[in-house]
Design a protein around this ligand. Structure first.
Ligand code: MN
Length: 318
C-alpha cells in the first residue's frame, strides 16, 4: 500500500485486457458515476470491463439511467479480472461481499476521497482534498489521454453535482471541472433535477412523520447543539433507501444545531446513523469511535440496540 498518483494509476490501467470496477455498498451517484465513467473510457480503449456494486440494495433508478449502465453486472455474476479498481469506497469493508474480488486481484487500485480511508489496495489514489471521487477519475482519464465525451462527462457530473450538494460546498477546481463537463455536453439541468430534486409523492408524508418526531438537544456538542430524527423500521421499509438518505439534508438545516443526525432502523434493532456538521465539529473521529467513517462534515456508522441506546451513545460521543 503506497500513496499513488493519477499517473501511476493511469499506467496501471493502460493496455490491460480486462478490468473489474467495484462500487461501494448502497451505491450513490459518485461511486456509480465514477465507476461508469472509468468503465466507459476503458471500454472505448478496447478493454473488457465489468462494473458492480454489492447486492444489498437495488440500484436507484436514476443511476441506472446513467450512460454506460450496460457495463453493470450483478454482484453474483462478477468474474473478477486480474486488475480490480474500487471507486469511492472508504474501506475494503465498504465493498461488502465484493471485497474478496479486490483482495484476489493480481493488481488492485483504490480511487477515493474519504478522509478516513487508510488505503487498502496495491495502488491507493486517495485525496481527501478532492470534492468527489469523480474528479479523481477524471485526473486518471486525462493522464490516459481519453477524450471526455458527453457520456463520460455525464457520469462524472453525476458524482460532482451530488457530492458537492449542487456545488454548495464545491472548491474552485470543481467549478472549473463542472464548466468543462457541461461544455462536453452534459445536460446539467436535467441531471440536477433527476439526481437531487426528484421524489415520489409518497415521500412527502413519510418525511412529514419523521420531521414531526425530530428532537433538538441544545446542550449537546458543548452547547453548539444537536438535532436528530429517527426513521424507524416501519417507515424505512416503505421508503427506498435513497429516499431515506435525503432526510438528513432537511434535518441538517436546523439553525440551532451544529450537528445533525438521522438514525435509520435498517432491521429491527439495527441502525445506520448519518451525521452532518456545519463548522467546528470534525465528524471523522466521532464516526470512527463508533466503527464508521467519512468526511469532516459528513460521516456515518452502524449501531445496534434500542433507539434510546443508540441516541445515548451518539450524544455521549459528541
Ligand atoms: Mn464520494
Amino acid at each position: 500500500m503506497t500513496a499513488s498518483t493519477s499517473t501511476a494509476v493511469a499506467r496501471a490501467l493502460t493496455g490491460v485486457p480486462a478490468v473489474t470496477i467495484l462500487c461501494h455498498v448502497r451505491p450513490d451517484a459518485d461511486t456509480i458515476g465514477s465507476g461508469l465513467a472509468l468503465g466507459l473510457a476503458l471500454d472505448r480503449l478496447g478493454t473488457e470491463v465489468e462494473v458492480a456494486f454489492p447486492a444489498t440494495v437495488s440500484l436507484p433508478t436514476v443511476l441506472g439511467d446513467l450512460p454506460g449502465s450496460k457495463l453493470l453486472v450483478p454482484a453474483a455474476e462478477v468474474v473478477g479480472h486480474a486488475v480490480v479498481v474500487s471507486v469511492d469506497a472508504a474501506s475494503l469493508g465498504r465493498l461488502n461481499e465484493l471485497a474478496p474480488v479486490l483482495s484476489a486481484a493480481q493488481h488492485s487500485v483504490a480511487i477515493d476521497h474519504h478522509a478516513s480511508n487508510e488505503g487498502f489496495a496495491e495502488l491507493d489514489l486517495i485525496d481527501a482534498g478532492a470534492d468527489c471521487t469523480a474528479v479523481l477519475v477524471l485526473s486518471v482519464l486525462d493522464e490516459m489521454g481519453v477524450e471526455i465525451d458527453d457520456e463520460i462527462a455525464t457520469c462524472l457530473y453525476a458524482g460532482l453535482v451530488t457530492d458537492t450538494g449542487s456545488f454548495k460546498w464545491a472548491r474552485p477546481e470543481s467549478f472549473r471541472i463542472a464548466a468543462r463537463l457541461i461544455e462536453a455536453g452534459v445536460d446539467g439541468r436535467a441531471w440536477s433535477r433527476a439526481l437531487l430534486d426528484t421524489h415520489p409523492f409518497a415521500w412527502f408524508s413519510m418525511v412529514a412523520q419523521v420531521l414531526a418526531g425530530a428532537r433538538l438537544l441544545p446542550e449537546a456538542c458543548s452547547g453548539e447543539g444537536c438535532v436528530y430524527a429517527v426513521v424507524g423500521h416501519e417507515i424505512l421499509s416503505a421508503m427506498s433507501w435513497e429516499e431515506s438518505e435525503s432526510v438528513i439534508d432537511i434535518v441538517r438545516t436546523a439553525n440551532e444545531a451544529e450537528v445533525a443526525a438521522v438514525l435509520k432502523e435498517t432491521a429491527p434493532g439495527e441502525w445506520t446513523v448519518s451525521l452532518r456538521s456545519k463548522h467546528s465539529v470534525d465528524l471523522v473521529p466521532i464516526a470512527a469511535a463508533h466503527g464508521g467513517g467519512g468526511h469532516r462534515h459528513a460521516s456515518g456508522y452502524s449501531d445496534t440496540g434500542t433507539v434510546d441506546d443508540v441516541i445515548a451513545r451518539l450524544v455521549e460521543s459528541l
